[in-house]
Design a protein around this ligand. Structure first.
Ligand SMILES: *Cc1c(COP(=O)(O)O)cnc(C)c1O
Length: 434
């Protein structure tokens, strides 16, 4: 094989990888249908028939709940806002603790903050990177109100164990399924494994409408609270005659008819997208697993992983070189993805710094400058965000995990083979990577 690209050799591939395109003529027709009708949103922020939104939004909600086999689906304008609604609905109050993962998109932890709960970080599983049930159990106090679990990278959280812990302690489970539409655990879809689940329809996810999200639950009371928070709760509860007005301070989290129409078409494509991702990732894993220092991350027993990103572990003791240096050499062999050239080659060392390293937690400054809600008379606990509170996530992030996005639904076999060839080439030449 030729010299490594980082040493001036010819790279495996120069041509950009295909753009991640999920929309086509179907979505275009759906948008035109809405434009021709002229009603781009049909919500009213008061107690009225139109409080629940327009035709496309309601149809999306029906279709979503049928697909995921769940009683209620509520469309919102992002997964972030959906998580906020969920935290409000389960009744998190100032001084309550909410157990969260440190290894996720920041909104799955800040959701706890939004109604003035205190995020308590538990560690992640070594193999699956989701919340570790034993660590969750160790974090529970009499102040704990809820657990926000994340189906990270498309792998469902350990619903058997975490739900059992939650039930025994009377806690709510909020499931952030942003990365896992179509994933399954036993006979249920990810998103429907906890008390309330949230999907994302942002442009990076399996299916998208630009920006959007959907909240699901089998609990009618939680569903109604989510609908209220979505649409100016405080202005509605009076006339509607709601008795329980805890956290019924609303936002405008409404989805437009355009986004709903696009999402309806995207939902029809989900099954195909998921199968294609699984096929592509299995193929890449079957080849990279032959490299002794690389192992594809296993799928939980009884689960279906849907690969928002494809996780691997790298063992530097076997390779004789650190993950980051090895991956620098791999990236040099490959090309960026079309229309996101500025982001470089989409293979990453680790995922994100543990969330508790963010300034909001390190400085304990969220609302105002006096430490609310992390300290003060309302909060009887003492929360630590020090280095070392979650050793697994710190080690995995620093040395072990890498992620591959060069496998999505627009990839051909030739594209996948280039990715594999880059890893194989760098492995052959690993002694030169120092
Ligand atoms: C993308 C993502 C979110 C946020 O989704 P938005 O729709 O952009 O608000 C939340 N959690 C996780 C795990 C995500 O991947």
């Amino acid at each position: 094989m030729s010299r490594l690209a980082i040493k001036g050799g010819k790279p495996v591939r120069r041509k950009p990888f295909p753009f991640y395109k999920t929309v086509g003529p179907e979505e275009k027709r759906a948008v035109m249908r809405v434009i021709d009708k002229g009603i781009l949103s049909d919500f009213l922020g008061s107690w009225h028939k139109r409080f629940y939104g327009g035709h496309e939004v309601r149809r999306l909600e029906e279709e979503w709940s049928r697909y995921f086999k769940v009683k209620h689906a509520i469309a919102v304008n992002s997964c972030t806002s959906g998580l906020y609604c969920a935290v409000a609905a389960v009744g998190v109050e100032p001084g309550d603790e909410v157990i969260v993962s440190p290894y996720t998109m920041s909104a799955s932890a800040t959701a706890a903050l939004i109604f003035n709960g205190v995020p308590i970080f538990a560690d992640i599983e070594n193999d699956y990177f989701c919340l570790d049930p034993a660590s969750v159990a160790s974090r529970i106090t009499k102040r704990t109100k809820a657990i926000i679990t994340v189906d990270l990278f498309g792998q469902p959280y350990d619903a058997a164990k975490i739900n059992r812990i939650a039930r025994s302690k009377g806690l709510f489970v909020i499931e952030d399924a942003a990365q896992a539409p179509g994933a399954r655990y036993k006979d249920r879809y990810a998103g429907t494994l906890g008390d309330i689940g949230v999907y994302s329809l942002n442009c990076h996810k399996h299916i998208q409408c630009g920006e959007g999200g959907v909240v699901v639950t089998n609990d009618a009371r939680l569903a109604e609270k989510v609908r209220l928070v979505r649409n100016h709760a405080e202005a509605v509860v009076g006339k509607k005659g709601e008795k329980d007005i805890v956290n019924m301070i609303g936002y405008n989290f409404r989805m437009t008819e355009l986004e709903a129409a696009v999402s309806r078409e995207q939902l029809k494509k989900l099954r195909r997208f998921v199968h294609r991702r699984i096929e592509n990732c299995n193929y890449i894993a079957s080849k990279l697993d032959k490299i002794p220092a690389i192992s594809s991350s296993p799928t939980r027993n009884g689960a279906r992983h849907v690969y928002y990103l494809q996780p691997f572990k790298f063992d530097q003791r076997i390779a004789g070189v650190h993950r980051d240096k090895f991956l620098n050499a791999v990236r040099a062999e490959l090309a960026p993805t079309r229309l996101s050239e500025g982001l470089g080659v989409r293979i990453w060392s680790g995922y994100c710094s543990p969330l508790y390293t963010q300034p909001v937690y390190q400085k304990k400054i969220a609302y105002g400058k006096k430490g609310f809600p992390f300290m003060g008379a309302h909060y009887k606990g003492k929360v630590s965000y020090s280095q070392g509170i979650c050793p697994n996530v710190e080690r995995i992030q620093k040395d072990e995990l890498f992620l591959n996005d060069l496998m999505h639904t627009s990839f051909t076999k030739k594209d996948l083979n280039d990715v594999i060839a880059a890893f194989e080439k760098v492995w052959e030449h690993r002694k030169e990577v120092v």
